[in-house]
Design a binder for this molecule. Structure first.
Ligand code: SF4
Length: 366
């Protein structure tokens, strides 16, 4: 009998459903993790190479910038050869929006408010997107908020972001186009969370979560994790992107881990290691790092406990699939609750890795 689904903190907020290429988006589909390429989109090979790396890391949907004609010209090859759906990210230029739709991109990110300022082709874009079944993401950012709303609210408040997004969506809705998902990003998690909460009350469009310009990896990871956690706790969020000033693969690792932590995607390898303290009888940091490195890439939901002493060690090690409780220069090795052997400290890592491989084989066979 299959295992029951792991408990989550909240039911998903009911939304409209979209199809972004092969990936379903909305409350009836798993939350997907996105990133954005950093290559020149016009460099097809480099962009496809980076997309392949992102795909291998677990990326579900990828976005590529399209600021020039050369980039637009590259879209057909990228959309055709990418293993995951490609979203073209376009500002201002309607001709690139049509090019992206024709190129077979799975979706286009564009703000109709920007298009309207230059050349009002929102109606034609809605018609082309509808003809091709191409959803649109409206992405409102603090930095590019409409001047009218900046004047009304004085700055990019949550109310301003939500109102801006609803106004942008209405520009498509008046042409009977509703295949839309929305983001209202801000670099302050408090403003961002409030903006999404307001937006979630005002529409049933799927929402794409992001803390924009979240910063370097450490700060950006924390800002994104707390903000996404606050929203996912309320069932808000259908796709996520962790924005980091770091290689995009790191964004996917963090995003996947956030979802795994909340049981919103199946857990894979999980290392339960103690923080160490004055009672530790081994170098817990080194042990945890070496075990993590040795098991990186493991795809099965293996829980491995690495504990520094006999106080909490046996308890945690017993609860995990595999664990070690260390003490007196030795490690007691637990497999599914039973002590299977005691090894000298220098053999702990290799024993854990060896046993992990055996358990993984059994899990894969089950
Ligand atoms: Fe300290 Fe032992 Fe707890 Fe680790 S398991 S934090 S060493 S008491």
């Amino acid at each position: 009998m299959p295992a029951p689904p792991a408990p989550t903190l909240a039911p998903r907020r009911p939304t409209r459903q979209l199809q972004v290429g092969s990936v379903g988006v909305g409350s009836e589909h798993p939350i997907s993790v996105q990133s954005m390429t950093t290559t020149l989109t016009s460099d097809v090979n480099a962009t496809l190479q980076q997309i392949a790396e992102l795909t291998a890391a677990g990326c579900d949907i990828v976005r590529v910038a399209c600021p020039s004609q050369d980039d637009a010209d590259a879209l057909p090859a990228i959309a055709r050869k990418s293993q995951i759906p490609v979203i073209a990210d376009i500002h201002f230029q309607p001709k690139y929006v049509f090019a992206a739709i024709e190129a077979g991109c799975a979706a286009v990110r564009v703000n109709p408010g920007n298009i309207r300022k230059f050349d009002d082709q929102v109606k034609q874009i809605a018609a082309a997107a509808k003809d091709h079944g191409t959803p649109i993401r409206i992405g409102v950012n603090a930095g590019s908020l409409d001047k009218r709303l900046l004047q009304k609210y004085g700055k990019a408040t949550p109310e301003a972001l939500a109102e801006s997004a609803m106004w942008e969506a209405s520009l498509f809705a008046e042409h009977d186009f509703h295949d839309i998902k929305i983001s209202v990003k801000h670099n302050d998690p408090v403003v961002m969370v409030r903006a999404y909460e307001l937006l979630a009350q005002q529409c049933d469009y799927p929402l794409h979560l992001g803390v924009t310009e979240a910063g370097p990896a450490f700060q950006g990871t924390i800002k994104s994790a707390v903000a996404f956690g606050a929203l996912l706790r309320q069932g808000i969020g259908d796709t996520i992107r962790v924005s980091l000033s770091a290689p995009p693969v790191e964004e996917i690792k963090v995003g996947s881990q956030i979802l795994q932590s909340l049981n919103l995607r199946p857990r894979k390898l999980e290392i339960v290691s103690c923080p160490s303290c004055g009672r530790a009888q081994v170098d817990v940091y080194k042990l945890a790092d070496e075990v993590t490195a040795g098991l990186t890439g493991m795809e099965v939901p293996l829980r491995v406990a690495v504990m520094g002493c006999v106080v909490n060690g046996p308890g945690e090690a017993r609860e995990a699939d595999l664990g070690v409780a260390s003490g007196n220069g030795k490690g007691q090795i637990f497999v599914r609750g039973e002590v299977i052997k005691t090894v000298p400290e220098h053999a702990i890592v290799e024993t854990l890795i060896e046993e992990a491989m055996k358990i993984a084989e059994t899990m894969e066979a089950e």
